[in-house]
Design a protein around this ligand. Structure first.
Ligand code: TRP
Length: 365
């Protein structure tokens, strides 16, 4: 079976470290391993509009930010098709037919939708577009026959719903047209959910607790120095806690033994550093300074590449346009197969026309 990888992000802001460890880093690895037939990354602007329909300017300004983030992280447009969701009309077409295969109560039970409805205070006036976005996301995935979906854990219910739709489609219309997707989530706990700099469960733009991939070195420094640690670790001599301590969680996600050798040779690895902190006698400032160096190992090259890319914005749009053109061709092909399976291909179906012509001729004979 061919391997088709697809992921996407809503362009509602620049991408941050949570995106990076949760999915972006893995995408670049997958791209470089090269073990796939096709790989797509979609800028999900239409999905972003489902909860930002009153602010299209925000979405419009962030498409380029997200594209710059992808490219500066090392996504290579000669290997990966980067495309813009709204420019593929077949996605709407496919979603429309999928709507017949999903019940309202099934959507209401989708845990991601449930949480998001609460978060957005939509409870009493839920926009239909938002409510049905799992259906449109199933279209995103299946239109490209993708079977490998590297996403964060919060997206698992979306993939499950897409799988159900594929099965219904197979049962009702035709097997083998669509492909059941599989989610690939980070193996490692820390990467599934990187906390914010304030120690809260998740990095989120609205909480103002993010470190962005495009932050300046100065911003990264300021943000790390004010990070949440162990509130009871007041004096250096105090024993400290590493669990729930965001600085250590970030080190879990980013620090390698080589970083110790380079920047903090009195420790061999993170375990030794944690042991010292737990014992007492290790100050937050020292750990934070180390974290800054560790983060910069990842962020400095990304920042440099971004600065280069920012010099040629039309070139970045060209990349998006080419990726979209490619995706569009694949979309048309799958959509033709879908319509064929659903028998809504009247003009292409000579048999249908012949058979009906005969039937009416007999009737009138
Ligand atoms: N819902 C995803 C998110 O919020 C974005 C997304 C849209 C996506 N379509 C997709 C992810 C298809 C994977 C596959 O992050």
């Amino acid at each position: 079976m061919s391997k088709v990888i697809l992921t996407g992000d809503r362009p509602t802001g620049r991408l941050h470290l949570g995106h990076y460890v949760g999915s972006l880093r893995r995408r670049v690895e997958l791209q470089n391993e090269g073990d796939f037939d096709e790989m797509y990354i979609m800028v999900a602007d239409a999905q972003a509009l489902t909860d930002n329909f009153d602010n299209p300017e925000k979405v419009r300004q962030n498409i380029i930010e997200v594209a710059l983030d992808y490219l500066s992280c090392g996504i290579d447009p000669s290997k990966v098709h980067i495309f813009i969701q709204s420019q593929i009309p077949e996605l709407c077409e496919l979603s429309f037919y999928y709507m017949n295969l999903v019940t309202v109560s099934r959507l209401q039970r989708n845990p991601t939708v449930k949480t998001e409805l609460k978060m957005r205070n939509f409870e009493n006036s839920i926009p239909v577009g938002f409510f049905t976005y799992p259906i449109s996301q199933a279209a995103d995935i299946t239109l490209f026959k993708s079977n490998i979906i590297p996403v964060g854990e919060d997206q698992l219910p979306m993939i499950e719903q897409a799988r159900e739709i594929v099965r219904s489609f197979g049962n009702i219309y035709s097997e083998g047209v669509l492909v059941e997707p599989k989610a690939v989530i980070p193996q490692n706990d820390v990467c599934r959910r990187l906390p914010g700099t304030d120690g809260k469960a998740k990095m989120s733009k609205s909480l103002g607790n993010c470190i962005y991939l495009s932050d300046s070195a100065k911003d990264v420094k300021t943000k790390v120095m004010s990070m949440y640690t162990d509130p009871n670790h007041l004096k250096i001599e105090d024993p400290g806690q590493v669990e729930g301590n965001a600085v250590f969680t970030y080190l879990d996600a980013f620090a390698e033994d080589a970083h110790f050798e380079k920047y903090l040779p009195e420790y061999k690895n993170l375990d030794e550093l944690k042991a010292h902190y737990t014992r007492g006698g290790l100050g937050d400032v020292k750990v934070k300074k180390f974290l800054i160096k560790v983060l910069e190992e990842t962020l400095a090259p990304i920042r440099e590449r971004r600065a280069e890319l920012e010099k040629d914005i039309p070139g970045v749009y060209k990349i998006l346009e080419e990726g979209t053109l490619y995706a569009r061709n694949v979309a048309k092909q799958t959509m033709a197969e879908v319509k064929n399976a659903m028998q809504i291909n009247y003009f292409e179906d000579e048999e249908l026309i012949k058979e009906q012509a005969k039937r009416f001729a007999n009737k009138n004979a």
